[in-house]
Design a protein around this ligand. Structure first.
Ligand code: UGA
Length: 435
């Protein structure tokens, strides 16, 4: 619901139209602000102005269309054309992983240098990119403007539910040296019902890394517990249910699986290890979390190989799911691709289906046969591996799946499908952390 008090919109520029920038821009326009989003790719800007959304993100197309129709959302080429009128400028550019694991700040510095000369006096630059502690200062330096404040305002959006997360946040965190600037930024979120935390920039930047690292820790922990469950004959689903009733633990983010991936956790966890190391702290715990995750890819590949009779060399393996999680078309650092890569290295022929992957064209898919439907992926397969938790996989006709396969064997790396129904149909079934 829009709050009427937010209707008195501010003039906002958003630099970068990746999933964070585009979601931020579209949602701020929806909250009543006047938003110009800038990108450096001409085709992307043209497509966005036509209302074509380059990513799969629930509800985002509706908000972009709404903004374009009302005129409150526009897309321009080049950041300098977006900022001259802006009271607030969001930096939403990528911070990829540098060679030594640290975050590469070159995009953010370049963006700041570019907009610096064009900013209004008293404008506020808001950093939404995930950046190491101290980057607010780096941005200040790159802007070279003493009359402009820089504020850290980390995002906590999940791909696939980014619009929902933006409009229904668990919290809004603002890190600023200048309290006046913090209050002005807080005003942008008046339409949202969420706790607001104002802190210093270093703490805000650390909140972002610590949150992602903690979530990754939860998942690695549950994957390690799943390994214990397999060894002692327990069922991880029941174990997690029992743990989750404890309010101190909670049941969120305790789903065992093939390991965590995506564009954030792998990069941010390594960056935090590096940030700590540079500051003189050896973050052994987080290193362990990363190791458990890498072992999980191997464990799942081993499971599939074992299910295929001990070797996959020359055998066909069907794979359902290639994206790093369901409801996104993002394959960056996807555990599914990690596992497929291991299977192929062991000589398997991989036939894969993913509802959001239509064409082989992507180099990450080289050597994988992309099927046009889930049944075709199973043709002649010795084993089916379910690697991404797309809902639609649950409702497929498993009699048909069984008829298509060379052998009725399933490794369900997401504990997604109905195990009993499969066993009844004569499948051999293996999940994660349970028989
Ligand atoms: C993550 C965080 O959840 C967001 O809060 C954060 O804003 C974002 O990174 C970011 O830094 O930009 P996202 O990468 O979209 O969001 O994906 P998640 O939903 O967190 O999932 C990450 C990985 O963990 C996926 O591979 C997923 O399959 C896996 N996962 C998640 C599990 O294996 N088990 C779970 O219980 C939850």
């Amino acid at each position: 619901m829009k709050d009427e008090s937010a209707r008195m919109g501010s003039k906002i520029a958003v630099i970068g139209t990746g999933y964070v920038g585009l979601t931020t821009g579209a949602c701020l326009a929806h909250l009543g602000h006047d938003v110009i989003c800038a990108d450096i790719v001409p085709e992307k800007v043209e497509a966005l102005n036509r209302g074509e959304i380059p990513i799969l993100e629930a509800g985002l197309d509706d908000l972009v269309h709404e903004g374009l129709r009302s005129g409150q959302l526009r897309f321009v080429l080049g950041s300098e054309h977006a900022v001259d009128d802006a009271e607030f400028v969001y930096l939403c550019v990528p911070t990829p992983q540098g060679e030594d694991g640290s975050a590469d700040l070159s995009y953010i510095e370049a963006a700041a240098q570019q907009i610096g000369p064009h900013l209004q006096s008293e404008a506020i630059v808001i950093n939404k990119s995930t950046v190491p502690v101290g980057s607010t200062f780096v941005v200040e330096q790159a802007l070279g403007r003493a009359d402009v404040s820089v504020v850290s305002n980390p995002e906590f959006l999940r791909e696939g539910s980014a619009v929902h997360d933006f409009l229904n946040p668990d919290r809004v965190v603002i890190g600023a040296e200048d309290q006046g600037a913090a209050i002005r930024v807080a005003g942008l979120y008046l339409g949202l019902a969420a706790p607001l935390q104002v802190t210093d920039p270093a703490s805000a930047e650390t909140i972002k890394y610590a949150s992602n690292a903690f979530l990754a820790t939860k998942i690695s922990f549950v994957n390690a517990i799943a390994a214990v469950c397999e060894a002692v004959g327990a069922d991880v689903n029941d174990v997690v249910l029992g743990m989750g009733y404890d309010k101190r633990i909670g049941n969120a983010f305790l789903r065992p699986g093939p390991g965590w991936g995506g564009s954030c956790f792998p990069k941010d966890s390594r960056a935090l290890v590096r940030i700590a190391e540079d500051a003189g702290y050896d973050f052994d715990l987080l290193k362990g979390v990363i190791t458990v995750n890498e072992e999980q890819f191997e464990r799942v590949a081993d499971k599939i190989e074992h299910m295929a009779g001990g070797a996959v060399e020359g055998k066909t393996v069907a794979v359902w799911g290639l994206t790093f999680k369901a409801r996104t078309d993002d394959m960056r650092d996807s555990p599914a691709l990690e596992i497929v890569r291991r299977l192929r290295a062991r000589g398997a022929v991989v036939q894969a289906y993913d509802p959001s992957v239509e064409e082989p064209g992507d180099p990450r898919l080289d050597g994988i046969e992309i099927a046009t439907d889930p049944y075709a992926a199973c043709a002649g397969a010795e084993v089916l591996a379910i690697l991404t938790e797309w809902d639609e996989f649950k409702w497929l006709d498993f009699d048909k799946v069984g008829e298509t396969m060379a052998a009725k064997r399933v490794v369900d790396a997401r504990n997604l499908v109905d195990r009993t129904a499969l066993l009844r149909r004569g499948f051999v079934y293996q999940g994660i952390g349970r028989a």
